[in-house]
Design a binder for this molecule. Structure first.
Ligand SMILES: *Cc1c(COP(=O)(O)O)cnc(C)c1O
Length: 633
């Protein structure tokens, strides 16, 4: 590949900045996915997608899951803690726990538990449904099964089923009343779980989830409640079950300083509890280990200013220091990092279907007739006269003329043809002004916005609300890159819109090293071209938080594994939602719908508007339609 093109492609999409060694660009200009960091083996993503579409007959959009990336991230996490533990002479062990709310899919949970024996991987649940799935999983006896969140009696009874099955089920108490209930049920059933206490820290995280910590946090026990719990456990002789101290200061902590502060506070709480005789053996530091979505390595919301090794080093070092100072044993360290372990493992693929017109491109030149209204002749003069010196002034004039055009139209003074002509001229003037501004060293900010307005709007076959909801809900950035043609210079600027009827269903913020881009560089595209975009790092939270807005359901899904020879295997295909699935979701009944439709066409037959045969065909077609996919075919 031409070096200059490659350089520009790297600069535009920043793949090496956010890829963490898993994604790369081939000399053919295709995106490659590696099963491990800098692993020599890879899948050519474009070839894989072609295969899924032709050989496996899947349709766009596609969710592709690479379970090997889960294991690789787990090993990266575990390795970072192992190395910090040995570097600082820490005597506790690391217990990685996977918080199910981040991605509760069976494929994900089972993949992590495969490593359970080697790395002591456990699970964390925050609801009865998660717990129900978790207690039946095979996990190594040494690993933990943590119960967080608000609990009722059924939750606690389910947890006790897990204790009876020999699991280290730990109920993490969020409220004093919860502890009372646990004690009561344990007494009735004669089984006691391990108990953890969730502390409310004064320290906060940073970024979007800063309010998960601090005084007003939703979860956790205040200092006096912590002491009440300890007292209550002693009174009921269950203090031997108190094994763990937990806290969680929020997800995607962007600033490492916050981590250190929280660790200092938490380690101190642990040490003081040890000193008053609590036999706590595990310190659970929660999640918060972030993902560098934009690759900028900064404190920006979609980034983090640390590596996993730095995070682990700070955690281990600070906790060791405090424990040594307070003369208490080092605890085992439990981490609940979900985002870090799962974000990389899925890639979402969508295709460009069409273009939304803002202004008329490639329209024949407008000619002025003698009887054209003045506003149009003036717009034409403006358009023809724009140059490097006057472009800003002329652009402002054009804006005024456009207002005038619409005022006159609303007053009934000009025709629909006039209005059309005026609009074409206005956009032409904008395009020319923008072009001149690009030659200018210091163009005004308004031309940056104009660039966005004039950018192509591509209609992509997916629902943002289903497949990348955080892009809408919290303005989180995900890297988006065409998975092919990366050996050509991308010469267009675009924003993306999805197929929902929601004007929020759009992406107009893109990752950039220094800033947030408002348009994405893409290649020239015309109707009929296959052009596939990958949305990367969507493995955490997106699948489970996605909604059925507009009744677009799940996309088609493929699970792909790369073998030791570097060949890939599609190990699982899951068909996306069909129309009928979405009808059931919205509580329709297909048989009843068909019957109702049949009644209506029968009435038309009786009225002589349809033949019997046509009516019968229509019903067949209507009925069969329920089995089609929900996205554009
Ligand atoms: C959500 C959550 C996590 C996961 O946090 P990440 O930042 O995704 O790692 C861990 N622990 C608790 C208690 C949570 O609520």
């Amino acid at each position: 590949m031409n070096d200059e093109v490659l350089q520009r492609i790297q600069q535009v999409y920043g793949v090496e900045n956010w890829s963490a060694g898993y994604f790369d660009i081939s000399s053919k200009g295709h995106i490659l996915v590696r099963p491990g960091k800098d692993d020599p083996r890879y899948v050519d993503l474009k070839e894989l997608v072609d295969d899924l579409l032709s050989k496996h007959k899947l349709q766009m959009p596609l969710l592709i899951r690479f379970p090997q990336l889960l294991t690789s991230q787990l090993r990266a996490l575990s390795g970072a803690y192992q190395s910090a533990i040995s570097q600082y002479g820490f005597s506790g062990l690391h217990y990685p726990v996977f918080p199910m709310k981040v991605n509760p899919r069976r494929e994900v949970v089972e993949e992590f538990l495969r490593e359970s024996g080697r790395l002591r991987v456990g699970l964390e649940c925050g609801s009865k449904a998660e717990l129900y799935a978790a207690i039946a999983q095979e996990q190594t006896p040494e690993s933990l099964l943590l119960c967080n969140g608000f609990k009722d009696e059924v939750f606690v009874r389910t947890a006790l089923l897990g204790v009876q099955a020999g699991k280290r089920v730990t109920i993490i108490v969020e409220k004093l009343n919860e502890l009372k209930m646990v004690i009561k049920l344990a007494g009735q059933l004669g089984v006691a779980p391990w108990i953890g206490l969730r502390a409310k820290l004064y320290s906060r995280g940073s970024g979007k989830w800063a309010s998960s910590g601090g005084d007003s946090a939703k979860f956790g026990l205040t200092t006096s409640e912590l002491l009440d719990c300890v007292r209550l456990l002693r009174e009921t002789k269950l203090d031997g079950q108190l094994k763990l101290l937990h806290f969680h200061i929020g997800s995607q902590i962007t600033d490492i300083k916050r981590v250190k502060n929280a660790m200092k506070e938490a380690a101190r709480v642990y040490a003081k509890l040890r000193q008053i005789g609590c036999g706590i053996e595990f310190l659970d530091i929660g999640g918060g280990l972030g993902v560098d979505y934009d690759g900028s390595q900064t404190r920006f919301e979609s980034s983090v200013n640390y590596t996993v090794q730095e995070f682990a080093n700070d955690v281990v070092y600070v906790i060791k220091q405090v424990c040594d100072e307070e003369n208490v044993p080092h605890p085992n360290l439990v981490t609940e990092s979900g985002r870090f372990m799962t974000a990389y493992h899925t890639v979402f693929i969508t295709s460009i279907r069409d273009e939304i017109e803002t202004f008329a491109e490639d329209k024949p030149e407008i000619t002025i007739d003698a009887d054209d209204p003045q506003v149009i002749t003036e717009l034409k003069d403006l358009c023809d006269g724009i140059n490097g010196k006057n472009y800003a002034e002329y652009y402002h004039d054009a804006l005024e003329h456009k207002d005038e055009l619409h005022t006159q139209f609303n007053l009934g003074l000009i025709s629909l043809e006039d209005r059309a002509k005026g609009e074409v001229l206005f956009w032409e003037a904008c395009a020319r002004a923008l072009k001149e501004s690009e030659e200018d060293k210091f163009p005004d900010d308004e031309f940056e916005s104009l660039k966005k307005i004039l950018a192509q709007k591509y209609l992509c076959n997916f629902s943002l609300f289903r497949s990348a909801p955080d892009s809408w809900a919290i303005k989180q950035l995900f890297p988006i890159v065409p998975i092919h043609r990366l050996n050509e210079n991308p010469s267009d600027f675009a924003t993306l819109v999805d197929v929902t009827c929601d004007s929020d269903g759009k992406i107009d913020k893109f990752v950039d090293l220094k800033d947030v881009k408002e348009t994405l560089e893409l290649h020239k595209w015309k109707v009929g071209d296959d052009y596939y975009l990958g949305i990367f790092l969507v493995g955490a939270y997106q699948e489970v938080m996605g909604s059925h807005h507009n009744l677009f359901g799940n996309p088609n899904e493929a699970q792909v594994v790369i073998d030791s020879d570097g060949r890939y295997h599609v190990t699982k295909l899951v068909h996306g939602s069909r129309i009928n699935d979405m009808l059931v979701f919205a509580r329709y009944d297909r048989a009843q719908l068909v019957e109702s439709y049949r009644k209506q066409v029968t009435a038309r037959v009786e009225a002589g508007a349809l033949s019997k045969e046509t009516a019968a065909q229509l019903v067949v077609e209507y009925e069969a339609g329920a089995l089609r996919g929900t996205y554009l075919e």
